[in-house]
Ligand binder design. Structure first.
Ligand code: SF4
Length: 110
């Protein structure tokens, strides 16, 4: 709840389980740390292009640019697994910053 306080999915869980106290400073993220993207890439695709970095309240997902640049442009099978659509935003940002040549390939030619 501290990491993604505005996530409708987490708000529903909090209401269901009666949690209403904040122990950590709130951040504006929509990743609810479900790990579906990380597990799918590692266990199903065997690519390990995305993982968790940092720990505790600073934990977040991150694409591994060296792997993602090769594997992700033709895959993206993890996108529909993300319950909050946060993953797609992280991918677009990673692509733009870490391997922009790949993103320019996917744009239609004019
Ligand atoms: S990016 Fe989406 S699928 Fe991945 S851990 Fe966060 S909420 Fe779950």
């Amino acid at each position: 709840m501290a990491h993604a306080p505005d996530s409708p999915q987490l708000q529903a869980f909090a209401k269901e389980y009666g949690t209403d106290r904040d122990r950590f400073e709130k951040e504006a993220s929509f990743c609810i740390h479900c790990g579906l993207c990380v597990r799918y890439c590692a266990e199903v695709k065997k690519k390990h292009a995305i993982g968790f970095i940092n720990s505790g309240a600073r934990r977040e997902i991150s694409f591994i640019p060296e792997i993602a640049a090769k594997e992700c442009p033709d895959c993206k099978e993890c996108f529909p697994l993300c319950p909050t659509s946060y993953l797609q935003a992280v991918y677009v940002l990673t692509e733009a910053l870490a391997f922009p040549s790949s993103s320019s390939k996917s744009k239609p030619e004019e």
